[in-house]
Ligand binder design. Structure first.
Ligand code: PLP
Ligand code: ZN
Length: 498
């Protein structure tokens, strides 16, 4: 829509100019650091950092209602830089000029209400937010758009050149990193480290296709992460893991979009997310907190973090009574929610602080953690998709987690659940194949339920000539083959002659 059609009152605020004063902020020692260099941990105490706008108060000069009007009006503009996560520019990267924004179609993923059948089975009102409909088919594109827009900003200022971006990944981070870096060729190249045999073939194909240098490392994600940390400490590389606080900022867009999708009425929402390295849940909490502080929403939604019993360090931490908590990494077992198969989440210190802040601001407990079995993850994923969704295994994990949260009265039937399908079903389709073929029994402890198995039926009419590659049938042969095949299909489907 043309800018002139929009109300004069908000017109001046629709196209944001660089503003604010951003810095890295250490959660442990409270020190702040200049953002014009790449920094991942506090130079003084080694803790992970967050990004902060020390001028954040200025955003309160605009009231909540006006902000809502601004975001809703921006939805109608055709400016590429404002079509993705930077629609919330002032809350994500206020110092980044729109010219430096890298937009590849990320964000504003559909929020789909579940069918009445699925809602009845689930036990409350239920929506999926399909983050698998991002360009690299997972939510990681949100944080990557933010991180690469920042790198692009430094490149344009001449503060950086010839960037080598590196990351360790359970699959989706590397796909997103490789895609966004490829867009900034030749100034940015990428190298990704993957745990050998622990990513799906689709996830391996993605960074290869984007031209990244791909290294397969023996071990699990936690091992790859250690190697990448050494690389980022000793060499001049840009780290693209969620240790990089710019990734968290971009991911906050997930909360802003949920607020917008529900017309900023968030009081009765229960936002359910899978937890792996815990960057996502960190961002989701921080995002809602920022919107609350500026009056854009007036209540914090519930947040339910879900983990598999095969990778549950965060749940174990919160299952310990408050005074006695001490974080202990766990050794992970194979999980179908493979992108969350992490025993030592990098963002744990962020989570610990933000959960307390979130509950304090709400005046009651609003963040909950539950764990689920591998069996329930698979069964609920397949069930969701049989009702018209495109949930990945982590989306199944969210639905399984919702069941657990309902059973424990963390969520009630008056709540509206928003489940995060963090990736597209097709990225993790290998687990569906294994389930259908009964091959998940051993390492994953999943028994395939006959009613959920679906396998193709081969049609081979006997005693007839069949079409062969390069030798199509003709005449009588073709007619006989078509007739016999139609009869067999009709028999299989129990069709009655009409
Ligand atoms: C990365 C990822 C997760 C886990 O998110 P964290 O931020 O690491 O907690 C879950 N699902 C998918 C599909 C992912 O790619
Ligand atoms: Zn510090």
């Amino acid at each position: 829509m043309n800018l002139e059609y929009l109300p004069r009152k908000i017109r001046d605020n629709l196209i944001p100019a660089p503003a604010g004063n951003m810095c890295y902020y250490c959660l442990e020692c409270g020190q702040r650091f200049d953002i014009h260099r790449l920094l991942y941990t506090c130079p003084d105490c080694g803790q992970v950092l967050m990004l902060e706008d020390t001028d954040f108060q200025r955003l309160k000069n605009i009231d909540g209602k006006t902000w809502r009007e601004i975001f809703d009006a921006r939805q109608m503009l055709k400016l590429p830089a404002l079509r993705g996560i930077y629609r919330f520019h002032e809350f994500i990267g206020p110092i980044i000029p729109l010219e430096a924004v890298v937009y590849l179609g990320e964000g504003h993923t559909p929020v789909i209400e579940a069918s009445s059948q699925l809602q009845a089975m689930a036990g409350c009102r239920l929506f999926y937010k399909n983050d698998g409909q991002n360009p690299s088919a997972s939510f990681k594109d949100r944080g990557m758009a933010s991180a690469l827009s920042y790198i692009n900003y430094l490149l344009r200022q001449g503060k950086m050149e010839n960037v080598l971006a590196v990351c360790a990944s359970t699959g989706d981070t590397s796909a997103a990193a490789a895609l966004y870096s490829a867009y900034l060729q030749p100034a940015v190249r990428t190298a990704v480290l993957l745990p050998e045999g622990k990513v799906t073939s689709q996830q391996l194909a993605q960074p290869l296709g984007s031209g990244a240098k791909v290294f397969e490392i023996p071990g699990v994600f936690d091992d790859c992460m250690k190697i990448v940390e050494v690389l980022s400490e000793r060499y001049n590389v840009a780290l693209l893991n969620s240790k990089n606080a710019w990734r968290i900022l971009g991911q906050e867009s997930y909360s802003y979009e949920i607020a917008q999708a529900f017309d900023y009425r968030t009081a009765d929402l229960a936002v359910v997310v899978p937890v792996g390295n815990a960057g996502n849940i960190t961002a989701v909490m921080n995002g809602f907190l920022k919107f609350l502080e500026t009056g854009i929403i007036d209540a914090l939604p519930k947040i339910i973090g879900v983990q598999s019993m095969h990778a549950d360090p965060v749940v174990r931490y919160y299952n310990t009574p408050a005074g006695k908590r001490k974080f202990k990494p766990v050794t992970v077992k194979p999980s179908v929610a493979q992108a969350a198969m992490i025993g030592n989440p990098v963002s744990m210190p962020r989570v610990i602080r933000l959960v307390d802040k979130y509950n304090d601001m709400a005046g009651r407990q609003r963040v909950f953690f539950v764990e689920v079995t591998e069996q329930k993850i698979m069964d609920w994923q397949l069930t969701a998709n049989r009702h018209g969704h495109i949930a990945c295994t982590h989306g199944g994990e969210c639905l399984a987690g919702l069941q657990e949260a309902l059973a424990r009265a963390m969520v009630t039937e008056d709540d509206t659940a928003v489940l995060d399908s963090t990736a597209h079903a097709l990225k993790f389709v290998g687990f569906q194949d294994m389930y259908f073929q009964g091959q998940l029994q051993r390492s994953f402890n999943v028994v395939s339920k006959p009613e959920l198995i679906n396998l193709p039926v081969k049609i081979r009419p006997g005693g007839l000539k069949l079409p062969q590659p390069g030798e199509p049938l003709t005449g009588r042969d073709l007619e006989r083959f078509v007739q016999a095949s139609a009869e067999t299909v009709a028999l299989q489907l129990n069709l009655k002659k009409g």
